[in-house]
Write a protein that binds this ligand. Structure first.
Ligand code: AP5
Length: 223
């Protein structure tokens, strides 16, 4: 199944997508993670991305689209994928549709994780991410077994620069201005499935699990 996870900052896109990816053995492709890796590696793309990301702005559409186009050409994306954080604007969605047509492929499902801003601000303030493997924690909701240390790889946990209060507020404004239009855009195309993101994460996961387990590939003609 070729899927997109849509939702405001902190809705749980990364948390849910990485768990589904592990269970269903399909790649979790997060443009945010890819950009953060580029920043860490100090590449030209990373330098460009940093000037947008830390303050909570979107990178230019063309940059995000090129990242996805290159990523979807890799072999592991041939039997389905979860896109997390892409597309994020209507122009990105239009360019994405064209890429899929050129590849002879299509999108099967858009999951819209819904949650109120109040809940999300609290979540983002408490989020900690492993510097080495990217595993996501929360100081209260999903704490690591040992404070400051990743359960999976032992790496150090850190706060994302764009999880500072001013950047969080700005990201919500950017989401309202640029990304929320995609909800209607995909609803009109019959692809949108609304899933609550403001309940315990295991309950959201169970709903998503059923959706993914119920996919036999028939909608995409895969065998
Ligand atoms: P990106 O990394 O995609 O950030 P985002 O969309 O703001 O989403 P987040 O990663 O903040 O939240 P999430 O929904 O994944 O929540 P999470 O699972 O971590 O993008 C970052 C930046 O990159 C953008 O601002 C932009 O600059 C750039 N970028 C990326 N893609 C782009 C594109 N296509 N075009 C242009 N620019 C782009 O969960 C949050 C916290 O809550 C965690 O601590 C978690 O443990 C906790 N939590 C999760 N679920 C629950 C639950 N049910 N109950 C309690 N706690 C929970």
């Amino acid at each position: 199944m070729n899927s997109v996870f849509l939702g405001p900052p902190g809705a749980g896109k990364g948390t849910q997508a990485s768990a589904l990816s592990a269970e269903f053995k399909i790649p979790h492709i997060s443009t945010g993670d890819i950009l953060r890796e580029e920043i860490k590696a100090g590449t030209e793309l990373g330098k460009l991305a940093r000037s947008y990301i830390d303050d909570g702005n979107l990178v230019p559409d063309r940059v995000a689209v090129d990242i996805i186009k290159n990523r979807l050409e890799k072999d592991d994306a041939k039997n389905g994928y979860i896109l997390d954080g892409f597309p994020r604007t209507v122009p990105q969605a239009e360019m994405f549709q064209k890429i899929l047509e050129d590849m002879g492929s299509r999108l099967d499902l858009v999951i819209y994780l819904e949650a109120s801003e109040e809940v999300l601000v609290e979540r983002l303030g408490g989020r900690r991410v492993c510097r080495d493997c990217g595993k996501i924690f929360h100081l209260v909701n999903m704490p690591p077994k040992t404070e400051g240390v990743c359960d999976l790889c032992g790496g150090e946990l850190e706060r994302r620069p764009d999880d500072q209060p001013e950047a969080i507020r700005h990201r919500f404004r950017v989401y309202q201005d640029k990304t929320s239009d995609l909800i209607n855009w995909y609803e009109r195309r019959g692809l949108l499935k609304r899933v609550p993101g403001d309940i315990p994460w295991e309950e959201t996961y169970e709903m998503l699990r059923e959706t993914f387990a119920g996919d036999d590939g028939s909608r995409t003609g895969r065998d």
